[in-house]
Design a binder for this molecule. Structure first.
Ligand SMILES: Cc1cc2nc3c(=O)[nH]c(=O)nc-3n(C[C@H](O)[C@H](O)[C@H](O)COP(=O)(O)OP(=O)(O)OC[C@H]3O[C@@H](n4cnc5c(N)ncnc54)[C@H](O)[C@@H]3O)c2cc1C
Length: 379
């Protein structure tokens, strides 16, 4: 690549910010790095599951996005409405167009509660800060009964959040003296981490040992507010007093409008190079990508690191072939005070460490590491 390469990154969340910061550091003056993003705040979403249970203050989980980009990165606060990969052009809501030599799509996923009849206004969740704070009020006023925790059908961001929330909610109810008057039900989907029988078995026995009832292969299809009933894709029914369910996830609208995604708006990429088919100059990272691994911030971080290294090598003229191997590693809470780490890759199904207090503490305090080092591209 001759002289200055122009790299355009769509998305100012985890993957986009890591790619930008690492690339600017690695490629220096050989790359002009520009990020287009439309978020008002950059959230560390891992904290959202603690907020309803009053385990963290909401003020620790966000920063202004502009604060997180290292010097020399051009940050354009706008919405992307279309991408033309044949012409190498990105169109913004204002009508402005941006060209590129390399494009990184890191636009994450959007929540689509409207796709599940009866969901809106009835099911609660913690997948945005606002909803997490509302759920805190519902948990506060919960006086016992059936607490049902699960997710809607399809891939979601960080699918282990639901079993972690169920285990911590159990401790929360116990601390309020409500455990005897309550029954916690966990709706276990069949995708991703749960599709591995040994991992699913381990999670189910952990939940079972804490008195939480596990309903296998139960993905929410419909909510019936009148009967306080949740109905699975397979037609199974369950009554709830309080329903906590992660809404369906879809890719961003511009992905569909640009004919880049599948039916759900997720973008199919080569699993080892993260390139769009026939477009070695276009990469996709994070929740926006359709890959055979769970969507997590950890995977987004591994992918962003791979992409930044690849582009830096290419613009530096010293490219040696390298591959992304599906690495994923995250700390899961298994109670208030204990946790375990899950590791996986394309060639290895999820393996979990022993439960420990340090795993919980790493998770509980991770927002400061995230904002000071992870998104800044230092680790
Ligand atoms: C409750 C919860 C808990 C989680 N806990 C963990 C955890 O403990 N560990 C872990 O590893 N992962 C966790 N995750 C997952 C992790 O947060 C995501 O996988 C990660 O944020 C994905 O990064 P991303 O960059 O792909 O998407 P995002 O971080 O969502 O960023 C996407 C960005 O693109 C921008 N964007 C979207 N559309 C446009 C557009 N049209 N134009 C311009 N910009 C656009 C958005 O504004 C956003 O800033 C959790 C997620 C949730 C919801």
């Amino acid at each position: 690549m001759a002289s200055l390469a122009s790299v355009l990154i769509i998305g100012d969340g985890t993957a986009g910010t890591v790619v930008a910061n690492k690339l600017k550091f690695l490629a220096g003056k050989r790359a002009e790095v520009r990020v287009v993003g439309n978020s008002q705040r950059h959230y560390y979403k891992g904290d959202f599951m603690f907020i309803p249970l009053k385990l963290k203050d909401y003020k620790e989980c966000y920063k202004p996005p502009e604060f997180l980009f290292n010097a020399g990165i051009d940050y354009v606060k706008e919405e992307v409405v279309r991408v033309n990969v044949d012409q190498r052009l990105v169109t913004l809501r204002s009508g402005r167009t941006l060209s590129y030599d390399y494009l990184v799509i890191a636009s994450g996923a959007r929540l689509a509660p409207e796709e599940v009849p009866g969901f809106e206004g009835e099911a609660r969740h913690f997948y945005t800060l606002q909803r997490a704070m509302e759920l805190q009020e519902y948990m506060d006023s919960f006086q016992g009964g059936n607490l049902v925790i699960g997710q809607c059908a399809g891939p979601i961001s960080y699918p282990s959040s639901t079993f972690e929330f169920a285990l911590m909610a159990r401790d929360y109810l116990e601390s309020k003296g409500l455990l005897q008057k309550s029954k916690i039900h966990f709706l276990m989907p069949s995708l991703g981490i749960y599709s591995d029988s040994s991992t699913a078995g381990k999670i189910a026995s952990l939940l079972g040992s804490k008195g939480i009832e596990v309903h296998k292969e139960f993905e929410v299809n419909t909510v019936n507010p009148k009967n306080k009933e949740v109905i699975s894709v397979k037609g199974e029914k369950l009554n709830y007093s309080l329903l906590v369910a992660v809404p369906p996830h879809r890719g961003q609208r511009f992905v569909k409008d640009s004919s880049l995604g599948d039916d759900m708006g997720f973008i199919e990429v080569d699993r080892n190079t993260l390139n769009l088919k026939e477009h070695p100059e276009v990469f996709v990272a994070g929740d926006a990508a359709k890959l055979p691994i769970d969507k997590t911030g950890s995977a987004a971080h591994f992918q962003a690191t791979y992409i930044a290294n690849r582009i830096a090598m290419e613009v530096g003229g010293n490219y040696t072939p390298s591959t992304y191997m599906g690495e994923n590693a995250f700390n899961a809470a298994t109670s208030v005070g204990r946790g375990m780490t899950f590791y996986s890759s394309y060639s290895s199904s999820p393996k979990a460490t022993f439960e420990s207090m340090s795993d919980f503490l790493i998770k509980w305090t991770y927002s400061s590491t995230y904002f000071s080092s992870v998104v800044r591209g230092l680790i």
